[in-house]
Design a protein around this ligand. Structure first.
Ligand SMILES: CC(C)(COP(=O)(O)OP(=O)(O)OC[C@H]1O[C@@H](n2cnc3c(N)ncnc32)[C@H](O)[C@@H]1OP(=O)(O)O)[C@@H](O)C(=O)NCCC(=O)NCCS
Length: 182
């Protein structure tokens, strides 16, 4: 098992974040099909005030932080729809998919927002991305609508909402990667 650590996403992370994005074909229709385009997009999101978290993973038994590797990222905005938050992008490295990394990261995003008084989180998920839809529904997100041809013609987005958010994440609760060997 892996243990996880979450920290703020900074511009020095752009290179590996862009590689994760470019490695997932689902983002290509949104103009992020290669690492340079993905990096430019994330740089713009951070510059306009979006916030992010980085998920670092270390193999069980690793004694020091130097063994950690970046495995996932999330970008989000506060203050959408009154007191709501908007999860703009979340992704984990292809080799970490299905490892619990995404769940740990999503819980950390929710906890970060909840600690700052944000009580609901909204996100869009491509209707063809059935794996991510299962992932969100398992995490308690409710499909509340559909946006056709929203960001890109021919791509449709399912709207997901979770409320209330709970100020409990991998830092506070036992769960995937709570510092233990699982
Ligand atoms: C969606 C994503 C963040 C989930 O992170 P993860 O670490 O793979 O997820 P976890 O291990 O915490 O949870 C596994 C669950 O995620 C879902 N899942 C989504 N895509 C998956 C994939 N390619 N492989 C395995 N599980 C996937 C499934 O529900 C799975 O549970 P199940 O197999 O029992 O049904 C990650 O798979 C990813 O980065 N996917 C590509 C980018 C993406 O789709 N982002 C969301 C855009 S809206």
């Amino acid at each position: 098992m892996t243990r996880w650590r979450v920290r703020e996403l900074v511009t020095a992370d752009l290179g590996w974040v862009a590689r994760i994005i470019a490695g997932h074909p689902l983002w290509a229709p949104y103009g992020m099909g290669d690492a340079a385009a993905a990096e430019a997009r994330v740089r713009r999101l951070l510059a306009r005030g979006e916030e992010g978290l980085a998920l670092l993973g270390a193999p069980a038994g690793a004694q020091d932080a130097g063994k950690e590797r970046p495995v996932g990222f999330a970008l989000f905005t506060l203050g959408t729809l009154g007191n709501g938050g908007y999860l703009h992008l979340i992704g984990v490295a292809p080799e970490a998919t299905g490892s619990g990394a995404g769940s740990a990261l999503l819980a950390a995003v929710e906890a970060t927002l909840a600690r700052r008084g944000v009580d609901r989180l909204l996100l869009l998920c491509n209707t063809r991305n059935l794996g991510a839809q299962r992932f969100y529904e398992r995490a308690g997100y409710e499909p509340v609508g559909l946006l056709r041809d929203w960001a890109v013609a021919g791509q449709h987005e399912r709207i997901y909402l979770k409320r209330p958010l709970v100020a409990q994440g991998p830092d506070e609760a036992p769960g995937p990667g709570d510092g233990g060997d699982g």
